[in-house]
Structures are given as C-alpha cells and as structure tokens.
Design a protein around this ligand. Structure first.
Ligand code: ZN
Length: 299
C-alpha cells in the first residue's frame, strides 16, 4: 500500500507502525458477524461493528436496543483458558505445557463500558450499558469466570439475545437511529483509516491504478476482463480488487462508481460497477446517489 504514496513521505514510518498494529487484529469477529447476520429478534436493534472511540480504542461490537446498549468483547484464543482475579489476567495453557498470559477480557469489556458511558453522557443519552465477553468458538472453554461477569460462547449469543425482554423502552426507534448515527460520526473521526484524512496526505499525491501482485512496483495493463504485468509475465483477473481495499485504507471510507473507475483506470462505469459488486460492499443511498462502503467487519 505504501507504494501509492510519494517516496520519502515523512509519515511513512508512522503509517507502517499503524498497519502492523492493525494486522495484529484478533480474529473471531467474523464468526460472530456471521452469526449476527441471521439475528432477527422481535425488537428493534442497531449493530455497529468495530466502533472507534475518542481515545482510538476499539469496541468489537455494539448493539443498541431500546432499553440498553450492549458491548460485545469478542475473543478468539485457543487452548485452555482460565480467568484469574487480583490481578485480573487471562491464562492460556496448552496440552504441551506452554502458557501465555493475556489481558483479562472482562477487564477490557469493563473498560469499554466506562468509556461508552462517558460518550453517552456527552451526547446526552441515558441508556444503561451492558457488557458480554464472547468466546468465538465452543472449543474455547474458559474457567473461573467471576460471578458478576457475562461470558458467552458465540453460538449462545444468538439465543441469549433472542430471549431478551425489552420492557423498559427508554429510546424510541428514532432515538436509537440517531444514537447510532452519532456513534458512527464519532467513529469516523477516530478511525485510523483512511490515512489521507488522518495523516494529512493530499489525496492528489496518492497513486491510482492497479499494481502487479508479484513485483508490486508496476501498474498493470487492462485487457478484456484481465490485468497484465508484462515484465512479470503475469495475468490476473482480480488484481483490481486489492486496489479497492487500498482506496478504503488510503483515500476515503466510501467510493462511488465514478471514483472507482478513475482510481482503477477502467474504461467504463459498468466495469467499475462490476468490480464494486464483486467486493460485496455495503450499498448506501438511493439509485441515483449510490455509494459503497466496506461492510463493518472489513473496516
Ligand atoms: Zn509485475
């Protein structure tokens, strides 16, 4: 991705650090996202994934309901897990005797709760915040969970949420939507990506085109439904799909068909639209003002 920035860009070091940090992401969230895709309870709700808060800390999943805001702290850690309190840490042990120690997910969730409560207070919403730690896979058995903490297996999350009774309707559906929009506005402001915004890179300095996946140096030439890097002697049908990911990381969190056409150097809007469709993006706006953004799990 750095290839798209001018050489010696003074922020390259900082950007590299940020990318390494982002790549170290936890995983397991996709599994929960898959489960939530079939979530159809009787009550209204709004799900926000990967929410960034003003201190740039991330919350895996937020579910806004009329009577509460639920924070899910999703963990994907294998082996045998044991929560220790005083001090609170998570011990992971394997059959071969290997051990590792992690931050306690319960403490992480509690911390997220305090931060979220602060945000809600600032934007004037009086909504109780509830937390749950979600273990992504049933094989991840966690022992010694403190009695006041909620730890669910991902599969269990589904029915736990379905059986919730929403009786104290603190928010109307309109207020829920408005809260969701406000949280997303905060999120936009504190997302590390796109870098152009956060690292003050002039979008005009960003190279367009589709780069060769092998040499990563040269831009590929477009032929009918394929890309070519002649020196590498490589043809690719989908090299341009990576370029769309890079757009989201570098330029903007949304893309229109026209922007896609220009960025990829395509001939027609139809080709750009096909590319965007293949990325399975979220479509926002009506037919006339349609733009696309990444589904939450990719952000
Ligand atoms: Zn090449």
């Amino acid at each position: 991705m750095l290839k798209r920035l001018p050489p010696n860009h003074e922020r390259n070091g900082a950007i590299l650090e940020l990318l390494n940090y982002e790549n170290a992401g936890a995983g397991g969230e996709e599994r929960v996202d898959d489960l939530l895709a079939y979530f159809e309870p009787d009550y209204p709700y709004i799900i926000i994934q990967d929410l960034s808060l003003p201190d740039r800390s991330q919350i895996d999943t937020v579910i806004i309901m009329q009577d509460r805001l639920l924070i899910l702290e999703i963990k994907n850690i294998g082996g045998k897990l044991r929560l220790q309190t005083n001090p609170s840490v998570l011990h992971q042990s394997f059959q071969n005797g290997k051990q590792r120690v992690f931050k306690s997910p319960v403490v992480q969730a509690e911390t997220a709760k305090i931060k979220m409560e602060k945000v809600l207070k600032q934007i004037n919403y009086h909504l109780p915040v509830q937390i749950a730690v979600i273990m992504a896979y049933p094989s991840q058995i966690i022992e010694n969970v403190p009695p006041d903490a909620t730890v669910w297996i991902a599969d269990e999350l589904f029915f736990q949420l379905h059986r919730l009774d929403i009786d104290n309707r603190l928010l109307t559906e309109e207020q829920m939507k408005s809260l969701g929009a406000q949280l997303l506005a905060i999120d936009q402001k504190y997302q590390p990506f796109p870098l152009a915004l956060n690292m003050r890179i002039n979008p005009q300095d960003i190279q367009t085109g589709v780069y060769c996946p092998r040499c990563r140096l040269r831009k590929m030439k477009r032929f009918v439904r394929k890309w070519e890097c002649a020196p590498c002697n490589i043809f690719s049908k989908d090299a341009h799909l990576d370029a769309i990911d890079e757009w989201f990381m570098l330029v903007k969190s949304t893309i229109t068909t026209k922007e896609c056409k220009t960025f990829l150097g395509l001939e027609t809007l139809e080709a750009a639209q096909r590319a965007l469709r293949r990325k399975k993006l979220e479509e926002v706006g009506g037919k006339r003002h349609r733009f696309y953004r990444q589904k939450q799990e990719h952000r």
